[in-house]
Design a protein around this ligand. Sequence first.
Ligand SMILES: O=P(O)(O)OC[C@H]1O[C@H](OP(=O)(O)OP(=O)(O)O)[C@H](O)[C@@H]1O
Ligand SMILES: Nc1ncnc2[nH]cnc12
Length: 170
Amino acid sequence: MDLKKLVRDIKDFPKEGIVFKDITTILKDPEGLCSSIEQMQASLAGLEFDYIVGPESRGFIYGVPLAYNMRKGFLPVRKEGKLPYRTKSKSYTLEYGTATIEMHEDAISPGDRVVIVDDLLATGGTSRAMVELIEEMGGTVEKLVYLIELEFLEGRSILEGYAVDAVMKY
Ligand SMILES: O=P(O)(O)OC[C@H]1O[C@H](OP(=O)(O)OP(=O)(O)O)[C@H](O)[C@@H]1O
Ligand SMILES: Nc1ncnc2[nH]cnc12
């Protein structure tokens, strides 16, 4: 299925100059939703890992169905102040601003093999911050999988050395 037909471009959201890739139009379409999950999952076939890590909020949309289908645990990464237990945090810049993400300090144990799942790779700031949190807790990042990659923002350059895959590229 050609999912690009279901992506809606929104100009100047959330800031002037940004072309926002709206995936709600994929999620609304039953075939689009199913195919987008399946195409991301195909990228993990045969890979051995323990957990899927996904960031709030769009990373949850794809991270949980992939974890469920592959019978893995899901570890949520949240914006600051949302997780109830003790946390480790990291601040970073993304395409349209800055943010701080957090994980529970006991989410990952040394030796855990992790896959990062998110809807979109732009500058890579969010993903780089997740990689650093995971590695500081002793985990290894086996792969990063996205539905969309904005290649012109060169997010892969700050993820050099890691396996990165995306279903759609712009
Ligand atoms: O590669 P980057 O430049 O870091 O940008 C990508 C991130 O930006 C978006 O999340 P956002 O922080 O807007 O949160 P949301 O999912 O709650 O909309 C997107 O879902 C990625 O997580
Ligand atoms: N252009 C964009 N569209 C949708 N989500 C994004 N996250 C970062 N940049 C984005």
